[in-house]
Design a protein around this ligand. Structure first.
Ligand code: ZN
Ligand code: ZN
Length: 212
């Protein structure tokens, strides 16, 4: 069953993804959205073709003598590309790759909310979040960009309702308190490039432990 996606990627994010200039955590969220969204995938393919056409127009540099033959030979010998990760259940291939092919190992965050940190380094952090139906994430602001892609269930906040395939981009001017919809637990993929700003004391105290 395909569901209708209401919240898409911005042109700027798509452009940076196609140019290979997005930090990895955000690139994984974009790749996962593209696998769920025909509309953005078509836009990304158009952008890739445009990039290819621009390359075709640029002046070709002459190849060193013999290099062309060596390149063609090397291509003949090249082993087939390794089989990439496959989607599994609600998780697109890009998420399965970040999970190293394993099911998530959830850690409790409190209030029934769970997470698995997939990566956390200078490029930012990437995590899976599990929010029980009807449960709210503590209210917070952002010091940078936060991208959240819904993989199962839904959540709502001041920006609207987000369900499977929808992506929310929250910048430093947005303060929000996402609340999971009723029904299935809400499972999201979230990338951030700076720690969140929590209003309440308890989440602030727990921040360093949970690397949020
Ligand atoms: Zn889209
Ligand atoms: Zn947020």
């Amino acid at each position: 069953m395909t569901n209708i996606i209401h919240h898409h990627l911005s042109d700027d994010l798509l452009h940076r993804y196609c140019a290979g200039s997005l930090p990895r955590p955000f690139a994984v969220v974009v790749a996962a959205h593209l696998s769920l969204c025909d509309e953005c995938r078509a836009a990304a393919e158009a952008e890739d073709h445009l990039g290819g056409a621009l390359l075709d127009c640029s002046e070709a540099a002459p190849l060193a003598e013999g290099l062309r033959d060596r390149l063609l030979l090397a291509l003949d010998d090249a082993p087939p590309p390794p089989a990439g990760p496959r989607p599994s259940g609600i998780f697109p291939a890009a998420v399965m790759e970040a999970l190293d092919g394993n099911p998530p190992k959830w850690r409790m965050l409190g209030g029934g909310i769970r997470q698995q940190v997939l990566s956390d380094d200078a490029e930012g952090s990437l995590r899976l979040l599990y929010i029980p139906p009807g449960r709210a994430v503590p209210e917070h602001g952002h010091r940078g960009l936060e991208m959240t892609l819904v993989l199962q269930g839904s959540f709502s906040d001041c920006e609207g309702r987000f369900s499977r395939g929808d992506v929310e981009c929250a910048h430093d001017e947005i303060d929000h308190q996402p609340v999971a919809g009723e029904g299935e637990p809400c499972i999201c993929l979230a990338a951030t490039d700076a720690p969140l700003r929590f209003r309440a004391m308890i989440p602030r105290l727990l921040q360093p432990i949970f690397r949020i």
